[in-house]
Design a protein around this ligand. Structure first.
Ligand code: NAP
Length: 243
């Protein structure tokens, strides 16, 4: 059984990915930061359905916690074949109101967290000449969002990291890809009013908003041998909002 480590899997996109990977026969390490009860309930649900899952708390912005996260996952579930860097935070603010701590907190999770997890996962993948990394960026990292300059910059950094890392570790047999979701109905968007969501829906060519399962399916594809010739790519899963 292959193991996938999914960061930020206590809810939203990460939780949908954990459920889907487990259904497809993967053992899943469900990382969370604060939502311990949700993560443990999800792991229990997966185990009740015959799957293999373990909830592991860690702040991915902290190198020591990342080390402990991987040690626990490897000890309990075996070598990590897929790293899904999904954990992220967002914030809406006028650029001129952004504080240095807003900027640093967002980059700490959305960029440094990806760096730390990739850095911890890769040596073993390189030794085995096998492995796959999937990073969750955002369509705002592709085109920029007003009042989300730090979020857009961080998600653009994830795209740059993905492309450069794919070139560096491709010769070691490792694929690195990125998903750029559109508007997905999760707690991250809880501050958006129904009217704003309607406008976003109308601006989307498919005239629907995305679900966490839409992103999970794309991640499963990028983790599978069906995408074995795909690396360094940004897969937009956005209903056509960004083309
Ligand atoms: P969400 O529902 O807010 O969930 C975020 C997850 O990240 C939670 O499990 C949270 O854990 C975890 N997390 C946050 N900071 C963490 C840290 N420092 N260490 C470990 N875990 C941490 O968000 P989502 O909508 O599913 O978003 C998932 C990813 O998709 C993010 O990278 C986001 O930027 C990206 N994305 C989302 C959308 C969208 O419309 N929803 C669009 C584009 C991209 P706890 O609950 O335990 O704190």
């Amino acid at each position: 059984m292959k193991t996938a480590l999914i960061t930020g899997a206590s809810r939203g996109i990460g939780a949908a990915a954990a459920r889907l990977f487990a259904r497809e026969g993967w053992a899943v390490a469900i990382n969370y930061r604060n939502s311990r009860e949700k993560a443990e309930a999800l792991a229990a649900e997966i185990r009740q359905n015959g799957g293999t899952a373990l909830a592991i708390g860690a702040d991915i912005g902290d190198p020591e916690q990342v080390e402990a996260l991987f040690c626990t996952a490897e000890r309990e579930l075996g070598q990590i074949e897929v790293l899904l860097n999904n954990a992220g935070i967002a914030q809406q603010k006028l650029f001129t109101d952004l504080t240095l701590s807003d900027w640093e907190e967002l980059f700490r999770t959305d960029v440094t967290g990806v760096f730390l997890c990739c850095r911890r996962a890769l040596p073993a993948m390189i030794r085995r000449h096998s492995g796959c990394i999937i990073n969750i960026s955002s369509m705002w990292g592709q085109v920029g969002a007003s009042c989300e300059v730090h979020y857009s910059a961080a998600k653009a950094a994830v795209i740059g990291l993905t492309k450069a890392l794919a070139k560096e570790v491709g010769p070691s047999g490792i694929r690195v890809n990125c998903i750029a979701p559109g508007v997905i109905q999760t707690e991250m968007n809880r501050s958006l009013t129904p009217e704003t969501l309607d406008v976003l829906r109308e601006e989307t060519p498919l005239e629907i908003l995305g679900t966490p399962e839409d992103i999970a399916e794309a991640a499963l594809f990028l983790a599978s041998s069906r995408s074995s010739f795909i690396t360094g790519q940004v897969l937009g899963v956005n209903g056509g909002m960004i083309i």
